[in-house]
Design a protein around this ligand. Structure first.
Ligand code: KG4
Ligand code: ZN
Length: 339
C-alpha cells in the first residue's frame, strides 16, 4: 500500500511516497531558502506562491523516483497544521484534489507530531511512550507522547522558538539566513563561556522555554544597553565567541528541560525532531544527558530533522484506525492538538 504525502507548512515544498510498513520510496524537498534570504526571513506570500509553482512537478518527480504511477497510490496524507496558513492551504488543496481524483482516502496529520514520528520511522520499531522534544523555527515544545496518536503537551516556549532565536542572532551577527547552520559553523572554535548569557527557567520546575531575552542579551553584548541595533561585528573572536556562547545557552536549556521531562514522566525514551535537532552541539548534549539518565535517545538524521513530507507517515497510524480527514479539511495556523 503506497501513501503520497504533502508538506507545505513553511518554506519547504516536500512530497514523499512511503508504504504502510514505513519504507520511504521518495522524499523530495524543494527549499525556498534563496527566495527568502534577502528578506532575512520567510515571507508568507512568497512561500505560498512558490509552493503553488513547485508542488505538482514535485509529485511527478516523486512518482518517477519511486517508479510508480498515480494509480498506484492508495492514500493521500497531508500536514495541515500548524504553519503559515496560505502555505498550508496550497498543500491541503492539492491533497484534496488528488484524493478526489484517485478516489483514495485522505488523512491529515499534525506537523509538530510528525517531527517526532520521524524518530519512529528511523528506529524501525515502536518508540512510544516517550518524551518528545520538537525544536524548530516555529516551535519549541515538550510532549508526553503516550502513543503515535496521543500527544500531551508538557510545555512550550512562551515567546521565540529556539530556531527563531538562532535565526535572529544570526542576523545580529551578520551571518545570513537560515541562521541555525550559520551560527553552528561560526561557533566552531569559539569559547562557549566567553559571554555569560541568560538561561531562562533553567533552575525552575516548569517545563517552559523563553529565548527572546537571550537574543536581546546578545544584542546588548554587541552594542551595549539601550542600543536598538547596530552594525554586525566583523569576522573574528567577538563574533565566534558570541555565536558559541549563544549556542551553548540554548543547548544547556534544551538539555536540562529534557532531563526534567524524563524525570517527571518517569519515561526512559526521548525522541527529538525539528530543524534545530540537526545541531551537533545539541545532539552531543542530549546524548550525554540520556546516557547519564539511562534513557534511550532517538534523533533522526539531518534530512529527516528539517521539514520533509516523509514524516507525515504518522498518517499511516491514523489510516490503520480509520481516522480519515473530512472533505472540508482546512489549514490551521496554530497548534491545537492532534490534527
Ligand atoms: O523544522 P524546520 O526545518 O522548520 C520549521 O518547522 O520551523 O526548522 C527550521 C529551523 C530554522 O530556524 C533553522 O535556523 C534551524 O531550524 N536549524 C538549526 C540548524 N539547522 C536548522 N538550528 C541550529 N543548528 C542547526 N544546525
Ligand atoms: Zn518543522
Amino acid at each position: 500500500m503506497n501513501f503520497l504525502a504533502i508538506e507545505t507548512s513553511c518554506d519547504e515544498t516536500s512530497v514523499a511516497i512511503f508504504t504502510d510498513d514505513l519504507q520511504i520510496r521518495a522524499n523530495l524537498v524543494a527549499s525556498q531558502t534563496d527566495l527568502h534570504a534577502r528578506f532575512k526571513g520567510v515571507v508568507p506570500e512568497l512561500a505560498a506562491r512558490a509552493h503553488l509553482q513547485r508542488l505538482l512537478p514535485l509529485v511527478d518527480e516523486a512518482l518517477r523516483q519511486a517508479n510508480l504511477k498515480l494509480a498506484d497510490i492508495g492514500c493521500i496524507a497531508v500536514l495541515n497544521t500548524p504553519g503559515l496558513v496560505g502555505a498550508l492551504l496550497v498543500g491541503v488543496s492539492a491533497a484534496k484534489m488528488l484524493a478526489l481524483a484517485l478516489e483514495a482516502p485522505l488523512v491529515s496529520a499534525n506537523h509538530i507530531e510528525a517531527h517526532i514520528y520521524a524518530c519512529r520511522m528511523v528506529a524501525g520499531r515502536d518508540i512510544f511512550p516517550c518524551v518528545g522534544l520538537v525544536v524548530s523555527g516555529g516551535h519549541t515544545s515538550l510532549f508526553h507522547c503516550h502513543s503515535a496518536l496521543q500527544f500531551e503537551l508538557l510545555g512550550a516556549t512562551i515567546d521565540d522558538a529556539a530556531g527563531e532565536a538562532f535565526d535572529k542572532v544570526a542576523a545580529l551577527l551578520g551571518l545570513g539566513f537560515p541562521g541555525g547552520p550559520a551560527v553552528e559553523r561560526e561557533a566552531k572554535g569559539g569559547d562557549p563561556a566567553a559571554y555569560s548569557l541568560p538561561r531562562s527557567f533553567l533552575h525552575q520546575d516548569r517545563l517552559s522555554f523563553s529565548f527572546s531575552g537571550l537574543k536581546t542579551a546578545v544584542l546588548y553584548a554587541l552594542h551595549g544597553k539601550n542600543v536598538a541595533e547596530g552594525p554586525a561585528p566583523p569576522a573574528g573572536k567577538t563574533r565566534t565567541d558570541l555565536a558559541a556562547s549563544f549556542q551553548q545557552a540554548v543547548v544547556d536549556v534544551l538539555v536540562a528541560k529534557c532531563r526534567q521531562a524524563l524525570q517527571k514522566t518517569g519515561l526512559a525514551r526521548l525522541a527529538v525532531g525539528g530543524g534545530v535537532a540537526a545541531n551537533q552541539q545539541l545532539r552531543a548534549g542530549l546524548e550525554a544527558m540520556t546516557r547519564a539518565e539511562g534513557a534511550e535517545l532517538f534523533i533522526p538524521p539531518m534530512t529527516l530533522c528539517t521539514d520533509n513530507a516523509a514524516m507525515a507517515a504518522i498518517a499511516v497510524e491514523k489510516w490503520r484506525h480509520g481516522m480519515f480527514a473530512p472533505a472540508e479539511l482546512d489549514a490551521v495556523a496554530t497548534y491545537q492538538g492532534s490534527a
